[in-house]
Design a protein around this ligand. Structure first.
Ligand SMILES: Nc1ncnc2c1ncn2[C@@H]1O[C@H](COP(=O)(O)OP(=O)(O)OP(=O)(O)O)[C@@H](O)[C@H]1O
Ligand SMILES: [Mg+2]
Length: 227
């Protein structure tokens, strides 16, 4: 069963009374552990698709299934649980909480989910991204690449099956971006599916699948050949 399934999804935003179509009849399945790059020009619908895939927003028509569950069928409590247990998010701007230490940032989603041994799990995740030595630092004391690794550790803390990434290397230089892509590659191999919106050309060479969007439609789906 796919971890994520979009079935003839349409999304219209209403602005000034006129619906703006952001996605039109998009169908897409993502398998467990699959690493998908979502590419295409600005405004083609990448972030919209990620918001729907994360149950942060809902389709105008069609269905979004996460681990077999239709997001439009859940109440607020069900949605909160789904997001906490199944989905991790990372963003271009990292979005770490500035007043919390590195370890506390990673611990927070575990505490919200009522998981025992939050601190130990947080340190394990930090080790996974090679940031354990920075556990006591505050976010402003880190480089961009280090902040993104902490954000990845935080997203992975509750062991989600699906990691959604919106331009995770967009604020990084190309060599740091490459390191982050390699880290995501490793995480997908360990079984977490990743859907990543990106403008990075290298991303196409490191993922299992490239989905090209144009004007809210899937233009092409390709499994790139290894270089
Ligand atoms: N909240 C919103 N209200 C109205 N229109 C929106 C909203 N969010 C996005 N749109 C519109 O939907 C379309 C798709 O936007 P989206 O943010 O998904 O693009 P994107 O592919 O992520 O672009 P970028 O590469 O610039 O991040 C655009 O035409 C955009 O203007
Ligand atoms: Mg976007």
């Amino acid at each position: 069963m796919p971890i994520l399934s979009l079935q003839r999804v349409r999304k219209d935003y209403i602005t000034d009374g006129d619906p703006v179509p952001a996605l039109r009849e998009v169908s897409l399945d993502v398998a467990p552990g699959e690493f998908v790059a979502l590419m295409g020009p600005s405004g083609c619908g990448k972030s919209t698709l990620l918001n729907l895939a994360g149950a942060m927003d809902f389709p105008t028509s069609g269905a979004v299934l996460i681990d077999g569950v239709d997001t439009s069928a859940l109440n607020d409590a069900g949605l909160t649980r789904l997001r906490r247990e199944k989905i991790g998010f990372i963003f271009q701007s990292f979005q770490l909480l500035p007043a919390l230490s590195v370890a506390e940032n990673v611990e927070l989603p575990l505490m919200l989910a009522g998981r025992p041994e939050a601190r130990q799990t947080a340190l394990d995740r930090l080790r996974q991204v090679e940031m354990e030595a920075f556990a006591a630092r505050l976010p402003y004391q880190l480089s961009g690449g280090q902040m993104q690794r902490v954000a990845i550790a935080r997203a992975l803390a509750p062991a989600p099956k699906l990691l959604l990434a919106d331009e995770p290397t967009g604020n990084l230089d190309s060599s740091t971006g490459e390191t982050i892509l390699q880290l995501l590659r490793r995480i997908a191999r360990q079984g977490t599916a990743i859907v990543m919106a990106t403008h990075s050309a290298e991303a196409a060479n490191i993922t299992d699948t490239v989905v090209r969007l144009r004007d809210g439609r899937v233009e092409a789906i390709a499994a790139p050949c290894p270089a």
